[in-house]
Design a protein around this ligand. Structure first.
Ligand code: F6P
Length: 544
């Protein structure tokens, strides 16, 4: 047994779960009128309500004891001070420096002057593109930005630009190419004019197969649709930590925006990886995004644990995953602009905390990261909410919504919010057999028919949700919201004693793909794999 699961704090929580599991959330609300006040936190224009989670004062105390036992405050301080907490890669994890204002020293050097220099470089570049000082080869202004990247070099910028659509500048449309499936590149490029298209090749390592394949094909398309070699420099820029590889691709160092090994891919949207964001919404709005994240950083670094939003969100997740056995967590934004937020959080959370070896090199004997998934409300209500309400699994969910919409059309926003509130209430209260029977009788239904139907119409309720409300989805608020989840993931990693900043689990598939790529091009059938893989390779070959 691990030290964690043997620890007094862990055992106390295990014992207390059996107490809480016997109490319906409805009873908890009936018993304590202060429940909402006690179990909600507000910060800036954001509110988190976790009172619809199976907790009480005692649970919160026990969770905080666990956090202290795992030295959470010390780990937060270590992250902010630039310690090399990404231990398997011997790196700091300093996404907070990308939106920071104070010196942070790594290997004896303050990183902030470089951070500021690159931000200024981005600012100059975006102003040049937006003002027309920098144009395409035929003298026309750029109208389309194509970001070519994958994972953290795609999901963050893609999610943020979608979320901030109301802030898009006139005349510039962003596009995102990530998949090596040529369908995506082809479908985007066929709508574009090379004279007015700017490509941003985004890759931390500049070795990612998909990105390089897409970048080469984009260059080929540019050259075969009117552009020439000498125009490449005007139309292709790169964002990377790997200057030699960028130059080898044919992009001049002066058209390159750097970032650093202490920025994890999935934490990189605040760096030059955010260039397509800045090009789309303007640098002032990009700075507002950074400011929002910085506010959340300051809160995370200084608020007491019990009043600390990322800490409480993280601990509620621990309570669900480790003590109630939840293996999946739904992210349900009631905001169409946040439609890519679940996909973004999937990488952030699952690539960070999908680990089974502790920082001490031991196998865990407890669950770690949950499966993160979701869709915007109200669409999900007409698709998978049936399982949330009446299925056999209890799924914990985060509901997110802005109080104000950017889109003032009819009564839509009120309807959206009514649905948000109705769903979280319904999931919590449910509907008892007695209530269902009374309802059916009131409708005049025959008693025998009613008896057959009654159980189908019962809602057990007691389904845990956390509500996150904010005034309006502005760049600043979005920055805070993303940082909230970044830090929540970190909090959970500290409790689980795992390193959230590496991702060795993506390597094996990459290695095998390289080998199979060669085999797929060969004529003779292969016996170099298991029978299934060989059979699949043969089937593909025979059908091409
Ligand atoms: O394969 C996973 C991964 O390494 C992610 O962690 C990363 O965000 C993505 O690939 C893209 O990597 P890069 O930015 O180096 O192309």
């Amino acid at each position: 047994m691990s030290a964690l699961t043997q620890s007094p704090a862990w055992r106390a929580l295990q014992a207390y779960q059996t107490v809480m599991a016997q109490q319906h959330l409805r009873e908890l609300f009936n018993r304590d009128p202060q429940r909402f006040n006690k179990f909600s936190l507000s910060f800036s224009d954001m509110l988190i309500d976790y009172s619809k989670q199976p907790i009480n004062d005692e649970t919160v105390e026990l969770l905080l004891t666990l956090a202290r036992q795992q030295q959470l405050e010390g780990w937060i301080a270590r992250m902010f001070s630039g310690d090399k907490i990404n231990s398997t890669e011997h790196r700091a994890a300093l996404h907070i420096a990308l939106r920071g204002q104070h010196p942070i020293v790594v290997d004896g050097v303050d990183v902030m002057p470089e951070v500021k220099r690159v931000l200024k470089q981005m600012e100059r570049f975006t102003i040049a593109v937006q003002s027309g000082a920098r144009r395409g080869y035929s003298g026309k202004m750029f109208t389309d930005i194509v970001n070519i990247g994958i994972g953290g070099s795609d999901l963050g910028p893609a999610m943020v630009t979608e979320a901030l659509k109301p802030y898009w500048l006139n005349g510039i449309t962003p596009h995102f190419i990530s998949n090596v499936d040529g369908a995506q590149l082809t479908q985007v490029l066929q709508r574009l004019n090379p004279e007015t298209t700017l490509f941003v090749i985004a890759s931390k390592t500049f070795t990612t197969q998909e990105t390089l394949a897409n970048a080469h094909s984009a260059r080929q398309w540019f050259l075969s649709h009117g552009g020439s070699e000498k125009n490449i420099a005007q139309h292709f820029v790169a964002v990377s930590t790997n200057q030699p590889a960028v130059e080898q691709f044919g992009i001049d160092a002066e058209n390159m925006f750097v970032f650093w090994d202490w920025v994890g891919g999935r934490y990189s949207l605040w760096s030059a990886i955010g260039l397509p964001i800045a090009l789309t919404i303007g640098m002032d709005n990009f700075y507002a995004l950074l400011a929002g994240a910085r506010e959340m950083d300051q809160h995370f670094a200084s608020a007491p644990l019990e009043k600390n939003m990322p800490v409480m969100l993280g601990l509620i997740g621990i309570w669900q995953i480790n003590f109630f056995g939840s293996s999946s967590h739904a992210i349900l934004p009631y905001d169409q602009c946040l439609h890519r937020f679940p996909a973004y959080l999937q990488q952030l959370d699952m690539e960070s905390n999908g680990k089974r070896i502790t920082r001490d090199g031991e196998m865990v004997d407890y669950a770690t990261g949950a499966v993160v998934w979701g869709e915007p409300g109200t669409n999900g209500q007409h698709a998978f909410f049936q399982l949330l309400h009446q299925g056999t699994q209890t799924i914990s969910a985060d509901f997110l919504a802005p109080c104000q919409s950017h889109y003032l059309i009819g009564d839509h926003h009120r309807m959206l919010l009514a649905n948000f509130l109705a769903q979280t209430e319904a999931l919590m209260t449910g509907k008892t057999e007695t209530e269902v029977r009374a309802e059916l009788e009131a409708q005049g239904m025959d008693t025998q028919v009613a008896t057959q139907l009654v159980l189908h119409k019962v809602f057990p309720g007691n389904r845990p949700t956390t509500s996150i409300l904010f005034k309006k989805l502005t760049p600043q608020t979005l920055g805070s919201l993303i940082a909230l989840y970044e830090h929540k993931v970190f909090v959970q990693s500290v409790i689980w004693n795992i390193n959230p900043f590496d991702q060795w689990g993506v390597e094996l598939g990459k290695q095998l793909a390289g080998k199979i790529l060669v085999e797929l091009a060969e004529k003779a059938s292969t016996s170099a794999h298991d029978a299934s893989t060989c059979g699949l390779i043969d089937f593909i070959r025979n059908n091409q």
